[in-house]
Design a protein around this ligand. Sequence first.
Ligand SMILES: [Zn+2]
Length: 129
Amino acid sequence: MVFGDGDGELFQRFTVSLDIIGHELTHGVTEDEAALMYVNQSGALNESVSDVFGSLVKQHALGQTAEQADWLIGNGLLTDAVQGVALRSMKDPGTAYDDPVLGDDIQPGHMSKYVKMTGDNGGVHINSG
Ligand SMILES: [Zn+2]
């Protein structure tokens, strides 16, 4: 696996968040065990499974219950220059950031708001919430 060093302006090094490491390791398991195609809805499910297990890794390391967890993916990854707390929020999708450079977090919190798009492999990171 390769993790980015971040640009130091918007992003810290991507290993700063344990949930991101857990997220990426889960992709290896999902790819081998579930074979969810990494596109559209199956790709969004693939991303969602990685977010869940990434958060569970962090919760286990911190000795947290589900109620105590922040359910944020990438908390600590964004620099102080960014108006946001993480890459994604599993407890409140669409609220992780709202920044002039990064834009708004458009992740829908309900299937009725599913975003059909061609970029991001059909929105795998957008619709994973
Ligand atoms: Zn992923």
